[in-house]
Design a protein around this ligand. Structure first.
Ligand code: ADE
Length: 246
């Protein structure tokens, strides 16, 4: 997938392009990052990219020219262009998986008080939020979206950590995990994880997942209960217990 990002702060993106899983995917060419500095396209003699808002008010607004030219430089006409903004629809997993189907995406990061509305209208941008809080700019939001989308791009994750695994745990919060040592400063790992009985271990993990989901995320719990599931007798017993059936 080609990922074009238009930003006034390109150096921030080394956090995703140069490290860990996404860095490796970039090296292998599975992800192709194109981080564009909007300021490089400014025709202003001081490379300005923002100006005071018409109608007054605080802050600065990013103006059309450098953004239009930057978008034209990557032939963005007709491509999916997203503008990171708290005014947008809040991202969820379904949207992330939908975006992962694209061959290319273009992301505009705003700063200050935002961008001239004509940028969004002319380029038919979709405004995307990562949550109901205000960041100082769209860069961190773009990185969150890129990270979550990339997990679903084929071969970004190894088969072991595959993102798309459809399992009985889908829609549930993940169960508690432990690693070595078995005891740390008197803190123990649950006994069941050492008995080598994979069925018992699975049932413990399932119960843990169900309990966490029920307690912490009533919305996910409700959705899980209404979903068609293929459960074994033992799995169903655990679920019934938590639902409160005899
Ligand atoms: N820019 C500022 N706040 C944002 C948010 N919550 N989501 C996306 N972009 C933003």
């Amino acid at each position: 997938m080609k990922i074009n990002v238009l930003t006034l702060f390109p150096e921030m993106f080394t956090a995703v392009t140069d490290s860990s899983i996404l860095g490796k995917a970039g090296e292998k060419g599975i992800l192709d990052f194109n981080i564009i500095n909007i300021r490089d396209f400014s025709k202003d003699k001081h490379n300005k990219a923002d100006d005071t808002p018409y109608g007054g008010g605080v802050g600065m607004v990013m103006f059309c020219q450098p953004i239009f030219d930057a978008l034209r430089s990557i032939n963005a006409e007709g491509k999916k262009i997203m503008y990171m903004s708290p005014r947008g629809k809040v991202l969820d997993q379904a949207k992330i998986e939908e975006l992962a189907q694209l061959d290319e995406m273009v992301i505009l990061c705003g700063h200050y008080e935002g961008v001239d509305q004509r940028v969004l209208d002319y380029w038919d941008m979709e405004e995307v939020s990562i949550g109901d809080y205000i960041l100082t700019g769209g860069e961190l939001a773009a990185m969150v979206m890129i990270d979550a989308v990339s997990r679903f791009v084929p071969d970004v994750l190894g088969t072991k950590e595959s993102a798309t695994e459809e399992s009985i745990y889908s829609g549930l919060l993940e169960y508690d995990q432990y690693t070595k040592p078995r005891e740390y400063e008197g803190l123990e790992v649950p006994e069941v994880l050492f008995n080598g009985n994979h069925k018992l271990i699975h049932l413990w993990q399932l119960r843990n997942s169900l309990e966490l989901t029920k307690e912490r995320r009533p919305d996910l719990w409700k959705a899980y209960l209404s979903k068609e599931k293929k459960l074994s007798k033992d799995e169903k017993k655990i679920l019934d217990e938590l639902v409160g059936k005899p």
